[in-house]
Design a protein around this ligand. Structure first.
Ligand code: DP6
Length: 353
């Protein structure tokens, strides 16, 4: 048994003479899903969730402070951010400034290595990287738990990307300060497991309904939501035990039923939200066929039509080939590292401002 914790933020990272920092984070895929908030403002979830952080599609974010600037400036892959992402980043920076007792505006540069148009843009890696970089740039000293709580305020799933490998995000208890303090992610103990996720891109287009809107609608209107939450709580307990045993087949079975159940809650929403497309079902059929052939492969889907297939690392190339019947592209991901500051701007270690 080992605690699946990868290196976190090194003690010193890249800092510019104007006060700034660069951080790198990776997306995560939930095996027990986060779907539903009990507090939209603090982003407190209804139930615990559990994920694997990937080693692909990293986000690199630089935050530099500019005491002369009247407003924050945000670029995404070199272009000025659109209104909605800008608003979310600026609100997040307001939160960091409020906590740090600072007023300077920031220049934020974010770069994603997700292939353009893959339909995989991740708010998880984005807000995990922003949390680590902004906390450092504004001199807000936070440990991993504090960074996870902070990242959660940008996007719930970002709380888990602070950690590498497998992480559980605790829903916590209560509301207000009690809820805020008790809701954070932490690494999960796993046995001997060589898990890979094969990402099958079936549709690269933008989604019709954002996950935030779909989540709220599901909680408010779907009669299937509460039963799923109950079963998801049981899934989490079973998932932790399966991970500890290193039982890939059990991990996969629980992950697949949890994801299908989440999509069922959305289909029950009024009006229904349906992210699965015909091509999604072709990929799901390919996963079933793999299992009939004796390959332990299990599907999970998030707020979109793309499918992620959990399998043993040794089987990943075969699984990727099999999924090409329905997918336009496939990527093989393994366990990746937690979010951290990027060292290497030439300054000696510890020579921060
Ligand atoms: C389906 O973390 O993007 O991927 O907290 O509203 O920003 P907000 O939602 P977000 O939701 C992710 C939902 C999911 C499942 C999961 O990652 O657990």
């Amino acid at each position: 048994m080992r605690l699946d914790q990868y290196p976190l933020a090194p003690e010193s990272g890249e800092r510019s003479s104007t006060g700034g920092a660069t951080a790198v984070a990776h997306p995560n895929i939930a095996l027990v899903k986060y779907w539903g908030k009990r507090d939209d403002e603090l982003i407190l979830p209804v139930a615990d969730s559990l994920s694997m952080t990937l080693d692909v599609f990293s986000t690199t974010t630089t935050v530099r402070l500019d005491s002369e600037a009247p407003v924050d400036r945000v670029t995404l892959n070199g272009a000025p951010a659109a209104e909605e992402p800008y608003r979310r980043v600026a609100a997040f920076l307001d939160l960091v400034r409020g906590r740090a007792g600072r007023i300077e505006r920031a220049v934020v540069d974010t770069r994603n290595t997700v292939p353009t148009g893959a339909g995989l843009a991740s708010s998880a890696s984005g807000f995990a990287a922003l949390a680590v970089a902004a906390a450092d740039a504004y001199d807000l000293p936070l440990d991993a738990t504090g960074l996870s709580r902070l990242a959660r305020r940008g996007s719930g799933s970002a709380s888990r990307s602070i950690f590498g490998g497998f992480a559980v995000w605790h829903a916590g208890q209560g509301t207000g300060v009690e809820g805020d303090l008790s809701s954070y992610a932490e690494p999960v103990a796993v046995g001997d497991l060589d898990a890979a996720l094969v990402i099958a891109i079936v549709d690269a287009g933008p989604k019709a309904v954002s996950s935030r809107v779909a989540m709220r609608r599901t909680v408010d209107t779907s009669p299937l939501y509460r039963p799923w939450v109950e079963s998801s709580r049981a899934d989490l307990t079973e998932m932790r035990a399966a991970l500890l045993r290193g039982d890939l087949a059990a991990v996969g079975e629980i992950a697949e039923r949890n994801a299908l159940g989440m999509h069922a809650t959305m289909l029950g929403a009024r009006p229904a939200v349906r992210y699965m497309s015909p091509a999604t079902l072709v990929v799901l059929d390919a996963v079933h066929q793999l299992r009939r052939e004796g390959v332990a492969a299990y599907a999970t889907m998030d707020a979109g039509p793309n499918v992620k297939v959990l399998c043993d690392g040794a089987d990943a190339p075969r699984v990727a080939r099999a999924l090409r019947s329905g997918a336009s592209r496939t990527y093989i991901a393994r366990r990746g590292p937690g979010a951290g500051l990027r060292a290497g701007d030439g300054l000696p270690a510890g020579d921060g401002l």
